[in-house]
Design a binder for this molecule. Structure first.
Ligand code: 13P
Length: 261
């Protein structure tokens, strides 16, 4: 990552792992290991389950930690009769920074459409949360030669009617579905190729300034052993990490990606 205007982000998506007691231990351990130098080089954020957010907030606030946290989901609605949903207003009250939207597991298991994703991006912005929008193709789509077209159409759908001042601050996570939890990591060149397509699309929809500002992460089987080569790609500004981020030691090694051999 060579663009000095974009600070890298390492984001750990815990998915449905780590209960609130484990979360307290995790955050304490991670915070104990991280130094000012780490935070200067890289933004560090975690996406715990909803049930952990209050515990995480309490430690982050009490110890003035520089770790930030996001929610793995957000309701498109503000309040009301939506059993099981969590609103942006509730997340904002917990000082949640990011809302992860459009993760492929939500699209696959909860049938989320680009329209749902777009409504949630609007809800996040309305409640002062930064949307982290996940897009990416399945293996079938890639093998059919439609990876770029598919991923960019998810991007366009997610950003429909979103004004440019919000887009520059948003984060895009390119996560090819075939690389998630499979150990099958995309090559650094695959990550770069799609990131540049995403950036070009944003430049055409908005402006070069917005495209230069937005951070694009890669996700899919990232670990300490492969993160550096991915991060050396000029248009990759960070990683969204699942399995490897469940272990604080490994997460810290990933955060220290410039030091990896
Ligand atoms: P893995 O790192 O376990 O492949 O998961 C990636 C992911 O889905 C992060 O959101």
């Amino acid at each position: 990552m060579t663009n000095e205007n974009r600070k890298p982000i390492m984001a750990g998506n815990w998915k449905m792992n780590i209960n609130h007691l484990e979360a307290i231990a995790y955050v304490n351990k991670t915070a104990y290991m991280l130094t000012e130098k780490d935070y200067d080089r890289t933004d560090v954020t975690i996406f715990p389950p909803f049930t952990d957010l209050r515990s995480v907030q309490t430690i982050v606030d009490a110890d003035h930690l520089q770790i930030t946290y996001g929610a793995q989901e957000i309701s498109a609605f503000d309040s009301g009769a939506y059993t099981g949903e969590i609103s942006g207003a509730m997340l904002n009250k917990l000082r949640v920074k990011y809302a992860l939207i459009g993760h492929s597991e939500r699209r696959a298991y909860h049938h989320e459409t680009d329209e749902n994703v777009n409504a949630k991006v609007k809800a996040a912005i309305k409640h002062d949360l930064i949307p982290m929008i996940a897009i990416g193709e399945t293996l079938e789509v890639r093998q059919a030669g439609n990876a770029v077209e598919h991923t960019l159409s998810q991007l366009v759908g997610a950003l429909k009617d979103i004004r440019s001042n919000y887009v520059g601050n948003a984060v895009i996570a390119y996560e090819p579905v075939w690389a998630i939890g499979t150990g099958e990591v995309a090559t650094p060149q695959d990550a770069q190729d799609m990131s540049i397509k995403i950036r070009e699309k944003i430049a055409s929809l908005y402006s070069k300034e917005v495209a230069d500002k937005i951070r694009i992460l890669y996700g899919g089987s990232v670990k300490a052993g492969n993160v550096k080569a991915i991060m050396e790609q000029p248009d990759v500004d960070g990683a969204l990490i699942g399995g490897a981020a469940l272990d604080p030691d490994e997460f810290v090694r990933i955060i220290r990606w410039p030091d990896q051999p």
